[in-house]
Each structure stands twice: as structure tokens, then as C-alpha cells.
Write a new protein. Structure first.
Length: 311
């Protein structure tokens, strides 16, 4: 991202989210120079809505039988190197999404909170976008894996977004409650429980954001359709992980899915619909900022990002 593009993005961030901090909290906002230098925020629009991609960090998985969710590591190596990437590592970005929906500041997923070898950048990225975490009004969770809910609490166990209502699908909430203790997440569960509001499949969660069931990855895995006028953006959670492997080989079993058949069907449907309808996609694990579209290519699909990947 060249300096002119970065300055333009910084200006948009300040325009969009400068008002997020009240006079009492505006000291939390970064100065313009710091925003201009940040590579961790990417401001854009969804119709009249204002949105920002927020970098949390990167997960680097060895492309080995023990490290990869895809069993055919040799074939995965070929796909990665064929796309100009190293074949021995699978790199997955982690980027929650911030949306201003009227008078509500909505954060979709919360990053890993420093888990899984990530850099725990979300709060700093929010501040670079001019937003204090206490101003977030709603947190929408796609599913309860650690790289999506880990940022709900800080290192001291307190809520990162203390004023926010936490929205999660009812099936995912039941799964999260059942799995918290075995996963060592009892403290996180206890901290967040008073703020949780479960919703039914297909619910209109905020005025402009509707839940979309994306089956297979977890019991209540949910995407979010963000709409403004005729413009749409679909946040796909972990329906697809890799911008190369998941897109080019959606039929491969992903070992992280709780229901492999449903996960494959969801990926194939998303790719078919995405390409035929030119759906605008936000993929929280694709190269930052994770914005783009699926395009049909030969007998399969490829990911076409809106902007060059930002390191």
C-alpha cells in the first residue's frame, strides 16, 4: 500500500469514526499521523454504511499432517506455490470487522486475544481507527473458536468491550457453554455470559445486519449480511479459511469442521452464488483486508481481492 493510498485510507478512517469518541473519551483516539502510518486498518463503505477492517494478527500453520486441516499436504503445497506463496506454511490473517450502523458501533468477531501465536493487535487497531473499545455497542460472534472469541476479554480476564451486547446464535451459544470448561475457557464464559443475547437463525441482529446460517464448521456457525440500499457485503466467518486452498478445492475435507459434508456444501454454495451474483465478500482469514469476490476460472474458482494484500 503506497503512502498516497495510506493517507487516503487514514483520512477516511478519521472521517468515518472520528465521532465514535465522545468528548469524554476522545483521548483514546490516535492522532492523524499515527493513523496515517498504520497498516492495521482499512476503511471502506457498504453503501451509506461505514466500515473498517481491523488487523488482529496472523496464524501461521506448518503445512504438515500435524499442522494442517487438509490431509493432502503435497497437493496443498502445489496449490500454494502455484499461487506464488511458500508451500511449507499456511498463513491465515485474523481481521475482525467494525461497522457503524446508525448510532451503533458493531464489531464482528473479536480476534484471538493473543492466542494461537497471534499478535493481539485488535485494541490498537481500534484505537488507530479512532475508536475506544468502551464505545463498541454490539459484538457479533460468528462462532466460538478461540481466534474469534479470544478478544472478548483482556489478559486480566475483564471484558474488552464492557458496554457491548454480545450476539451469538442460539446453537453456537449452547455449544460454547458445553465446551468452555473442557477447553479451559470457563473464565471467559463467566465474564461474557451476562452480556450475551442469543438469536435464532436468520435473525435481524442490528438494523442493517442479518444473520446467515453457514453450516458445517461449528454447530451454530453464522455469517452476517450487511446491507445498505442495494449494496451488500457478506461476512463469511470460517466457511472458508484459505484464499487459495478453500477456494480452489472446496471439496476437500477440512479437519476443523464439525460436520464435513455440511462444510463442503456450504463452501461450494458460497462459491457458486458468490461468482454468479458477484457477491462482495469479507473473509476474516484471507489476506488483509479480506475484501473481494469469488470469480469462476476454468473448472473452478479463484479469489479476487479488491485491493492488493497489505503486509
Amino acid at each position: 500500500m503506497n503512502i498516497q493510498a495510506r493517507l487516503a485510507a487514514a483520512s477516511l478512517v478519521l472521517t468515518l469514526f472520528g465521532a465514535a469518541c465522545s468528548p469524554e473519551t476522545d483521548k483514546a483516539a490516535e492522532p492523524a499521523s499515527a493513523v496515517a502510518a498504520s497498516r492495521d486498518v482499512h476503511a471502506f463503505r457498504i453503501g451509506a454504511l461505514e466500515a473498517v477492517a481491523l488487523r488482529d494478527g496472523m496464524i501461521a500453520l506448518p503445512n504438515t499432517a500435524a499442522g494442517s486441516p487438509w490431509s493432502d499436504t503435497a497437493a496443498a503445497t502445489g496449490l500454494l506455490t502455484g499461487s506464488g506463496l511458500p508451500g511449507d506454511v499456511i498463513s491465515l490473517s485474523v481481521q475482525p470487522l467494525l461497522v457503524r450502523d446508525g448510532d451503533r458501533l458493531v464489531l464482528i468477531d473479536t480476534g484471538a486475544g493473543g492466542r494461537m501465536g497471534t499478535q493481539n493487535k485488535l485494541v490498537a487497531s481500534l484505537r488507530a481507527a479512532g475508536v475506544d473499545p468502551t464505545r463498541v455497542t454490539d459484538v457479533l460472534i460468528s462462532h466460538a473458536h478461540g481466534d474469534h472469541v479470544g478478544g472478548l476479554v483482556g489478559a486480566d480476564g475483564s471484558l474488552t468491550f464492557p458496554r457491548a451486547v454480545v450476539h451469538v446464535s442460539a446453537p453456537e451459544w449452547e455449544s460454547m457453554k458445553a465446551g468452555a470448561a473442557p477447553a479451559g475457557e470457563a473464565a471467559l464464559l463467566a465474564a461474557v455470559t451476562p452480556r450475551v443475547r442469543p438469536f435464532a437463525a436468520g435473525a435481524q441482529v442490528t438494523p442493517s445486519i442479518k444473520a446467515v446460517a453457514l453450516d458445517g464448521h461449528t454447530p451454530g456457525h453464522t455469517g452476517y449480511e450487511i446491507a445498505s440500499g442495494t449494496d451488500r457485503l457478506l461476512y463469511i466467518g470460517d466457511a472458508l479459511h484459505s484464499a487459495v486452498i478453500s477456494v480452489q478445492r472446496p471439496e476437500w475435507v477440512n479437519g476443523w469442521d464439525t460436520d464435513s459434508a455440511a462444510g463442503i456444501a456450504t463452501r461450494q454454495d458460497l462459491l457458486e452464488r458468490g461468482a454468479s451474483q458477484s457477491l462482495r465478500i469479507y473473509a476474516p482469514h484471507f489476506p488483509f483486508p479480506g475484501l473481494g469476490r469469488f470469480q469462476r476460472r476454468d473448472d473452478g474458482f479463484v479469489w479476487v481481492p479488491e485491493t492488493a494484500a497489505q503486509p
